[in-house]
Design a protein around this ligand. Structure first.
Ligand SMILES: NC(=O)c1ccc[n+]([C@@H]2O[C@H](COP(=O)([O-])OP(=O)(O)OC[C@H]3O[C@@H](n4cnc5c(N)ncnc54)[C@H](O)[C@@H]3O)[C@@H](O)[C@H]2O)c1
Length: 373
């Protein structure tokens, strides 16, 4: 590996002492075949390396081709992981990664977005014959998706664990998405009207930091109680169409596909910037948008020419904080990754003896892993 990869990796390890402690508590993992569909970024490397050192076999595929680091894949392949992921892989290659991961016959899954479970349950024979004992799911989008599936194994939801929601969703996404926005565009939000669509924990963090960066911020939220909460918090609450008409920057944070649709593009202001922080890259209908003539004018900014106006798409409509930025700070991710490691300890142990269904990762599982923070 290059010196810079090693130096970056060593620096990250130094900043994540809680993860080191959590890794020391991992049991032996001989016989565990763990298939992962996750963001394959450098902060995850220390965990994967330790899992293999404990005897686990790994199959790594991604939940987002735009967040894969090829040097991470190269490093982990050399250490013995099976991989099917590379930066910006095509949609067909991306989907075939889920098939390949399941053909590899995993005993456990670690997911961000439930793609492996979705792929498995579409084929009833494969689901019936699966050797999977338990799974771990990290995202709100994945948990929503699992609500429509009947997986034949227990799945532990750690997205809704308070420490993950409270730190990562609430504070880190907004901070790091706007940091990426400023560093890539050279713009703050002073004098700009910003609309945040979705007032979950992620949307709240995005709205707070947009205000700190100088924006005049409005909220669009379809849930009545959340929209009232936004009003009580002093935010202007708008309908989607009102927001579309007047915004200079629009951010989606819902976890739902096609929030911004083709009919909205002609209504937008000339020069509007569109950004997404939701898990899927489909919150903005980029397929319709990119039917118009377009070009990348600077890295991470695509200019779309609608003839009478221009629309700017940030980070291809994929998760701005991870695709155009560095994701969570190392000190914050230290806690989040320690929770994830506790989840892996659980699914290879007591968790695998639970009946099929979706469960919140118990507090007794993750609390000791982060207690020394
Ligand atoms: N970028 C990241 O690193 C990161 C980190 C954590 C979570 N996420 C993702 O961000 C998304 C939001 O997460 P969350 O925890 O805030 O979820 P959440 O479900 O609590 O909040 C989403 C909000 O969007 C609202 N919404 C849905 N459809 C809407 C519509 N058509 N118009 C207006 N509002 C609508 C919902 O009512 C809800 O209040 C999810 O996809 C999640 O997976 C991303």
């Amino acid at each position: 590996m290059t010196t810079s990869f090693t130096q970056e990796f060593n620096w990250i390890r130094l900043q994540m002492p809680l993860v080191q402690k959590a890794l020391e508590k991992l049991p032996r993992l001989d016989g565990v075949r763990l298939a992962c569909s996750v963001h394959l970024e450098i902060k995850m490397v220390q965990m994967f390396e330790a899992l293999m050192e404990r005897g686990a076999e790994l199959f790594l595929t991604t939940c987002n081709p735009k967040t894969v680091r090829d040097d991470v894949i190269e490093y982990l392949s050399k250490k013995g992981a099976s991989t099917h992921a590379w930066f910006d892989m095509s949609p067909a290659d991306y989907s075939s990664g889920f098939e390949r991961a399941l053909d590899w016959e995993p005993t456990h899954l670690c997911e961000m977005g439930a793609d492996l479970t979705y792929t498995l349950t579409r084929n009833s024979d494969r689901a019936k014959n699966s050797k999977i004992k338990a799974s771990l799911e990290a995202t709100g989008s994945g948990i929503t998706r699992l609500g429509q599936l009947t997986p034949p194994y227990p799945i532990f939801n750690w997205d809704d664990v308070p420490i993950k929601e409270g730190l990562h969703n609430r504070h880190m996404v907004g901070l790091t998405a706007w940091h990426a926005f400023l560093s890539r565009t050279g713009l703050t939000l002073h004098g700009k009207r910003v609309s945040v669509i979705g007032f979950g924990l992620v949307g709240r963090g995005v709205a707070d930091i947009a205000r700190a960066y100088g924006g005049t911020v409005s909220i669009v939220e379809k849930d009545v109680s959340r929209s009232l909460e936004a009003k009580y918090g002093g935010w202007e609450v708008k309908t989607l169409n009102e927001a579309i008409l007047e915004s200079d920057v629009i951010v989606t944070a819902t976890g739902v596909s096609n929030i911004i649709q083709s009919e909205h593009f002609p209504m937008m202001k000339n020069g509007v910037i569109l950004m997404n922080v939701g898990h899927q890259a489909r919150e903005i209908d980029t397929s319709s948008l990119l039917l118009h003539s377009h070009r990348e004018i600077i890295p991470f900014i695509r200019e779309v020419d609608l003839g009478h106006k221009r629309i700017y798409l940030f980070a291809e409509g994929s998760m701005a904080n991870l695709v155009a930025g560095c994701g969570d700070s190392f000190n914050s991710f230290d806690i989040i990754l320690a929770v994830m490691i506790s989840g892996i300890s659980h699914i290879v142990g007591a968790g695998s003896k639970t009946s099929p269904g979706v469960y919140l990762l118990p507090k007794a599982v993750w609390e000791p892993f982060v207690a020394s923070n």
